[in-house]
Design a protein around this ligand. Structure first.
Ligand SMILES: NC(=O)c1ccc[n+]([C@@H]2O[C@H](COP(=O)([O-])OP(=O)(O)OC[C@H]3O[C@@H](n4cnc5c(N)ncnc54)[C@H](O)[C@@H]3O)[C@@H](O)[C@H]2O)c1
Length: 254
């Protein structure tokens, strides 16, 4: 196993949706790499349990990413305990499955509020702190669903395309403050979000991603190793994007 020691030394990170799944994997990896981490989530019980397990390098902060006032409180608490925020992982997200003909405005807005507006609010909330620290890195979590269309996912697909577009624009505005903004695009992961689903069979790597395989990319983008990376998408998806080509070769044996 490669040593992560020191790769995030002196970094102060907020990881949203940090109590479970990919966010939990980021919190664990970031602490191992030397960061101080605020685990920000609506799931207080799971978040507090993880923070206690990770010890002095982690705290839990209650945060619903769709609520601006809660962002202010979360950033203030993180700064009070660890100092200025230098890394933000906008990871919290929800999925819902519904045919467009049945989708209500409330259904649509709920997904957009958390996945898309939450990313905007988080980015806004850390700008002053990162400027005070001399710069920072924001890692926004999109999805393969934000590169294609998918049936019964109009709200989710829209939100994830938006995260990618927002990140490119934000990287332009924030460059003058030495804040980098990038996107991680996970393929299907072995997380609570996919509980009960079957692993992918047709892509090149025929299994779910372990969340830590995707968290490794977030760690790289959060670190100073990625000092020349901004405004781009970084996919960790086991060959998912080649599925279109695979479909054309349906009759050819592996
Ligand atoms: N699971 C996948 O296969 C997959 C694939 C592509 C992209 N993604 C994206 O990766 C991210 C993480 O997914 P996951 O699989 O770890 O999900 P998960 O459902 O396993 O965990 C999500 C976490 O976010 C928290 N959360 C939900 N709503 C919140 C809110 N309003 N404010 C704060 N926290 C909130 C949950 O409590 C939970 O701890 C999401 O943005 C998701 O869209 C997931």
């Amino acid at each position: 196993m490669v040593s992560l020691a020191g790769r995030l030394e002196n970094k102060v990170a907020i990881v949203t949706g940090g109590a479970m799944g990919l966010g939990e994997a980021c919190a664990r990896l970031f602490v191992e790499a030397g960061a101080k981490v605020a685990i920000a989530d609506v799931n207080d019980a799971a978040g507090q349990k993880l923070a206690a397990e990770l010890g002095d390098a982690a705290i839990f902060v209650h945060l619903d990413v769709s609520k601006e006032a809660e962002w202010t409180a979360a950033v203030n608490k993180t700064e009070a305990v660890f100092g200025p925020v230098t890394v933000l992982v906008n990871n919290a997200g929800i999925v819902a499955v519904k045919h467009l003909a049945e989708m209500t405005e409330a259904d649509y807005r709920r997904v957009i509020d958390i996945n898309q507006v939450g990313t905007f609010l988080g980015t806004k909330a850390v700008i002053a702190s990162m400027r005070g620290a001399g710069g920072g890195s924001i890692v926004n979590v999109a999805s393969c669903a934000g590169e294609f269309g998918m049936k019964h996912f109009a709200h989710y697909v829209s939100s994830k395309w938006a995260v990618r577009g927002f990140s490119r624009a934000a990287s332009e505005d924030l460059a003058k403050y030495h804040i980098r903004v990038n996107v991680v695009i996970p393929g299907t992961m072995d997380t609570p979000m996919n509980a009960g689903l079957t692993p992918p069979k047709r892509q090149a790597i025929k299994r779910f991603a372990r969340p830590e395989e995707v968290a490794s990319m977030a760690l790289y983008l959060a670190s100073d190793e990625a000092s020349y990376c901004t405004g781009r998408d970084y996919a960790v998806e086991g060959g998912f994007s080649n599925l279109v080509g695979e479909v054309m070769m349906d009759d050819v044996e592996d």
